[in-house]
Design a protein around this ligand. Structure first.
Ligand code: SF4
Length: 469
């Protein structure tokens, strides 16, 4: 996937002007929000569960090296091989090497956001192998020339039923279907042959359990179950931060994940996969590999943004974000959209390659309130903004304005004076309409709407007058 995060503003403008996309976004708006709210009411004490989830994820991160080594030992004891990828390119190299070693020709995949970081599908195809995405959303995007996902749990949420119908008719050369059930049946028919003929299955992993060396994969379509059990070889790819100490920890996190993601009390399929099949066993794969990926994560772990690594990828922050809801996931220009994406993208690819993402938030804190593992998303966005300011990465006008503001804020008399003068000027500019059509030095605020001009005396003057009475 091309990194386009530097073009956030242009992409957001284009997506807001895209009538079809806006129509699709309005259809899903609020659905996840309402379902999450209803499912949380089933829990006696959601806040206590949320705090337990935060503590579990933080405990894992605080001793990440210890848990990773324990995971490696336990996975190896069950016949699996653990490989480490320091960069996205190393993910692809490992996968192609495994494929060569086991004579693999066809690979099926269930959803893995980390593999989007390395554009794994394209690397597999470039090596002359066949790869088929089996998550319905990912499959829709694959047949549309590898369109990037727009949401971490619903990759094709931005597409309407009609657009999917057109894609299926073209890709499968079948009569165009219009009912969702018919479209699902058609996809099932196509994918089933691939499950039965693939040599290797690649999955992501929601959690990697240190005490047992297992990977936990959560889906609603059952595609991960087939992907990880039917082929001879299973490769699970995930970031190093996805480790959790115990299976009991998984049980707690599973009370939070589906509820926060889709508003379900439990997902349709929860696979806990441990090792290869033993002698005389009928079920299980012959070869199992884990690829644990750093690609910027250890840097984040050692930084003031480390809390972002607690993320369990539920998507609740984007479902509740007023910015995401209006511009859609593609505006963010890389793998991870929404509030968490605005933190992870600059952290993984470099803050200088995603200059506008930390600003892509109103800091309303909806995301922070709904996050099931209590990541303080607005605080982390603010920290990124500070880093940008300190490194001189924002426009000079903005830096000058902030410096002037900070000086004034530290000198109350000058602050009061400047506010009085500023309010008078803006009030005059507002004219009889009392509206500002263009804000000086802040044109972006008035590009799409007028701003009410200040009227009368400033708050400080009014307050001082009241205190004297
Ligand atoms: S930051 Fe929190 S709300 Fe957002 S995806 Fe991660 S866990 Fe979910």
């Amino acid at each position: 996937m091309q990194i386009a995060s530097m073009h956030f503003k242009e992409r957001a403008h284009a997506n807001m002007a895209n009538v079809q996309l806006q129509r699709n976004l309005r259809k899903i708006e609020g659905k996840f929000v309402a379902k999450r709210r209803a499912s949380l009411s089933e829990l006696d004490d959601f806040e206590a569960t949320r705090e337990a989830g935060r503590a579990i994820r933080q405990r894992a991160l605080d001793n990440l090296d210890v848990w990773l080594e324990l995971f490696e030992r336990n996975a190896a004891a069950r016949g699996a091989t653990v490989l480490w990828a320091e960069t996205p390119d190393e993910i692809n190299a490992h996968v192609l090497d495994i494929a060569r070693r086991h004579g693999v020709r066809k690979i099926i995949k269930s959803k893995s956001m980390v593999s989007e970081e390395s554009e794994l599908d394209r690397a597999i195809e470039a090596a002359g192998l066949t790869v088929v995405e089996t998550d319905l959303g990912e499959y829709i995007l694959q047949i549309n020339d590898y369109e990037p996902p727009s949401h971490i749990i619903g990759p094709a949420l931005h597409k309407s039923k009609e657009e999917v119908a057109d894609l299926f008719a073209k890709a499968h050369a079948t009569p165009r279907k219009t009912e969702i059930n018919e479209l699902c049946l058609e996809a099932r028919g196509v994918l089933r042959q691939h499950y039965l003929t693939a040599d290797m299955g690649i999955s992501g992993g929601n959690f990697f359990v240190a005490e047992s060396g297992s990977v936990v994969v959560v889906t609603n379509e059952g595609n991960a179950t087939l992907t990880t059990t039917l082929p001879r070889v299973h490769v699970a790819i995930s970031g190093i931060e996805k480790i959790v100490p115990t299976l009991e920890d998984v049980a707690t996190l599973m009370r939070l994940l589906p509820r926060s993601a889709t508003g379900q009390s439990i997902s349709n399929y929860v696979d806990i996969l441990t090792g290869v099949k033993g002698e005389g066993e009928f079920h299980g794969v012959e070869h199992m590999y884990f690829i644990l990926v750093d690609a910027g994560r250890s840097g984040v772990l050692g930084s003031e943004l480390r809390e972002a690594l607690r993320c369990i990828r539920c998507g609740a922050c984007m479902n509740h974000c007023p910015v995401y809801q209006n511009i859609g996931g593609h505006s963010y220009g890389w793998v991870y959209p929404g509030p968490i994406g605005s933190i992870l993208t600059p952290s993984y690819i470099g803050i200088d390659k995603a200059l506008d993402l930390p600003q892509a938030s109103t800091l309303c804190n909806q995301c922070g309130v709904v996050c099931p593992v209590k990541i303080p998303l607005p605080d982390l966005l603010r920290k990124l903004r500070e880093q940008q300011f300190d490194r001189g990465l924002r426009p000079w006008t903005e830096r000058f304005g902030l410096r002037a503001w900070s000086w004034l804020a530290a000198h109350p008399h000058w602050y009061a004076f400047a506010m009085r003068i500023g309010a008078r000027i803006l009030s005059r500019m507002g004219g009889s309409e009392k509206l500002l059509h263009k804000l000086p030095f802040g044109g972006g605020w008035t590009d799409g709407r007028d701003m009410p001009a200040p009227e009368g005396r400033t708050f400080r003057d009014l307050y001082a007058g009241k205190a004297r009475k």
